[in-house]
Design a protein around this ligand. Sequence first.
Ligand code: NAP
Length: 270
Amino acid sequence: MKSILITGASSGIGKAAAQFFQQQGWNVIATMRSPEQETGLRSLERVLVTRLDVERKDTIEAAVAEGIDRFGRIDVLLNNAGYAAFGAFEAATDAQVRKQFDVNVHGVMQTTRALLPHFRAQGGGTVINVSSAGGRVAFPLLSLYHASKWAVEGFSESLYYELAEHNIRVKLVEPGNVATDFTGRSLDVLKDDSLEAYAAYTGTVMKKQLESFETQSSTPEHIAKTIYEAAADPSPRFRYIAGPDAEFLLDLRSRVPEEEFMAGIAQQFR
Ligand SMILES: NC(=O)c1ccc[n+]([C@@H]2O[C@H](COP(=O)([O-])OP(=O)(O)OC[C@H]3O[C@@H](n4cnc5c(N)ncnc54)[C@H](OP(=O)(O)O)[C@@H]3O)[C@@H](O)[C@H]2O)c1
């Protein structure tokens, strides 16, 4: 029986993935910052709910050890935990810039680093990183978020080659908009009231982004199925685009000249 360790399993995509893998007969190590608040997963058989804060190495190491202790092995690591800082780059504090990278990039690196010795020792494993369509294109006022996801893409692509030598597969899942609490609990709004110059543009972009979330979002269950497809796929495929909006956008990006594509994005947020 296969086992998966998931970060950020308290809600959204991570929770849907925990439920979907469990339904497929997998053992699931559903990790989160506040396991004491978890409802719904704990009662399922073959699910271990435990603490893991991707900013705290001690909790990563403890969760990995507990998972191996309970299920004997971990076959797949799903690096899912993440959030987005939204707003003018100039309005961000140093702490907000650092935190975006601590969670979305260093968190992925630390958790991967904690699993690699285990994967090598057992002769293989799979790392699936939840990136975003926004890991290959960018929208205004999300500079920190896009920088973090573009970093995850480069990190993953390089790792793909060196880990193949050890029978460890690296895969990226790239969702478009997903109807989760991402625009609620997982949005850090960058605000500096002295920066009036950005106020009108920020209002327009925020409104259009929220509209697009309301009208064209996939469900977390849809993304969970794509993640499962990636986990079960024995082929060397690297990227899994998830959601019709992401497919449309990334297809357009690959076909349309850069200036034309970027002019279209600028126009969309006027
Ligand atoms: N929703 C979208 O439109 C969308 C699109 C593309 C990509 N994604 C990516 O999908 C992933 C999951 O997001 P979601 O949409 O499912 O949003 P979500 O429901 O808000 O889930 C985000 C998860 O990340 C966790 N998290 C945040 N900081 C953490 C930390 N330091 N340590 C451990 N866990 C932490 C949150 O835990 P708490 O419960 O403790 O806050 C929560 O479980 C993210 O990587 C996001 O960038 C989302």
